[in-house]
Design a protein around this ligand. Structure first.
Ligand code: SF4
Length: 472
């Protein structure tokens, strides 16, 4: 098949050349509403129907990949792994940090190396952030924005008709029934965010907050439960602001799901500190072991000065009070936090305040992010950028603190019975990894078999990185 021109914004595939910022800016301002397609020439094999997916980034992105994959499966495509030959490669991208962008580029170049030159389609947040740049990456045939994810198959049918049967209808995008290569499933409860923290590009690429109907959520959870899943993770960009009809808070959604579904346990994904309310803590307690004793509550900085510039709506003292309340009320709860190092203007003193907060004993693990400018954000225009070596050193300091507190959290559980779900794949011939309801890693013997069952394990020992025990 030769080069075909596609309606929308046509771009030139000229390898890894970058694009100037004026052009990127033009696209952000003018290209928001219309689908953005790019198609290059290529020789496609028309004999097979296989599709391979790779996802970068958050659980929401992973959920959306599964949703698209379910639609492909209904149409009749066979899903293969990304390193296998396929008729179509789809890369669902993330742009939350510069590192995420680099991972996406790496995966795209892997897909482009497949010798039969199948179409490589790039979707998701990196496309929304820098459409021209992504479209011009070597091997990219088509880019599709987040707002068009629900009609990926329709767009592909139009652009690559040789992959689709002429007289067959495209199924609707709908609920997922399984989560590929996972024993736990993520469930989308909402999308978008209205908060606009100054460093964050997500509201620019995901749009304003919109939530999903609770009945749809529970229907999907019940299907997954019938298919053997025992844990679902409630996922979104800003889940703490969940509200839909009479279900006016995440706490009410938790209670609704527990009442209307038979899922064994639910886990909340990352939730903003100001949204960890007394009502939510009560819902977690009332849920008993059906609500995982685990919260991930982003802190981002231990310096009130930096939090203010980040436009975070709390101070460190308030954060400590909230986390302290959860710890007091929910025995054995594990709490993690995101912290950014090297935000513009972060001084040694600001960083020391992050060290103090991280080392306070309230937090059991940290996800430490090295600040990188995200195009279009307010923070990217701030002066006082921190030296990359300083950022690297600060990152290492906080990671060491995280490791220390995680090891302490593991030790606390020795002697306890934990309910563990194993990972899908064995790590080696002699073990699987598993995860407790309170998000601690457990080394499991290979004979657990990697299924979705909840395993009761009495913890007998803890290393610095994981627990080990005996099945009871
Ligand atoms: S709450 Fe802040 S960090 Fe989280 S997605 Fe919204 S803008 Fe980004």
């Amino acid at each position: 098949m030769g080069m075909r021109l596609i309606p929308g914004i046509l771009l030139r595939c000229n390898g890894l050349t970058g694009i100037d910022s004026a052009s990127t800016e033009w696209n952000r301002q003018s290209g928001e509403q219309s689908p953005l397609y790019f198609l290059a020439g290529g020789a496609y094999n028309t004999a097979m129907k296989t599709v391979a997916f790779e996802t970068v980034g958050c659980r929401l992105n992973q959920y959306e990949t599964e949703q698209i994959a379910a639609q492909f499966a209904k149409y009749g495509f066979r899903r293969v792994e990304f390193d296998e030959p396929a008729d179509l490669y789809i890369v669902n991208t993330c742009t939350v940090t510069g590192r995420a962008d680099a991972s996406c580029r790496n995966i795209i170049s892997r897909a482009a190396r497949h010798e039969k030159n199948p179409p490589v389609v790039v979707i998701g947040c990196y496309v929304d952030a820098e459409p021209d740049k992504v479209a011009q990456l070597n091997g990219v045939d088509l880019v599709i924005k987040n707002s068009d994810k629900v009609k990926v198959l329709n767009i592909l049918q139009e652009k690559f008709p040789h992959l689709f049967e002429e007289d067959r209808d495209i199924p609707q995008i709908e609920a997922i029934t399984e989560f590929h290569l996972h024993n736990r499933a993520w469930i989308k409860i909402g999308d978008g965010c209205n908060q606009h923290c100054t460093y964050c590009v997500i509201p620019l690429v995901r749009g304003r907050l919109h939530n999903r109907a609770p009945e749809d959520i529970t229907r999907e959870i019940n299907t997954l439960s019938q298919n053997g899943y025992n844990e679902v993770v409630l996922t979104g960009i800003h889940i703490g602001q969940y509200t839909y009809g009479d279900i006016e808070s995440p706490a009410k959604l938790v209670r609704f799901i527990l009442e209307k579904s038979d899922i064994v346990r639910i886990r909340l994904s990352s939730i903003e500190p100001q949204e960890v309310t007394a009502e939510l803590i009560e819902a977690i307690i009332d849920g008993g072991r059906r609500v995982c004793r685990h919260l991930h509550i982003p802190l981002q900085s231990g310096s009130d000065r930096i939090l203010k510039i980040m436009r975070r709506p709390y101070n460190v003292q308030r954060y400590r009070e909230i986390v302290g309340q959860v710890k007091d009320r929910v025995p054995h709860v594990v709490i993690g936090a995101d912290i950014i190092v090297g935000f513009p203007g972060e001084t040694d003193d600001d960083f020391q305040q992050s060290v103090v907060a991280a080392d306070s004993g309230l937090l059991d693990y940290l996800h430490v992010f090295s600040y990188s400018d995200r195009p279009g954000t307010d923070a990217s225009r701030l002066s006082g950028k921190v030296n990359p070596d300083t950022i690297k050193n600060r990152n290492a300091v906080l990671r060491a603190i995280s490791g220390k507190h995680y090891a302490e959290a593991l030790k606390r559980e020795v002697g306890e019975i934990a309910y563990v779900i194993s990972e899908h794949r064995a790590e080696s011939d002699n073990h699987y990894w598993g995860i407790t309801d309170n998000y601690l890693k457990v080394k499991l013997p290979a004979d657990v078999g990697g299924g979705k069952a909840v395993l009761a394990i009495r913890m007998e020992s803890a290393s610095e990185r994981y627990l080990a025990g005996r099945m009871i």
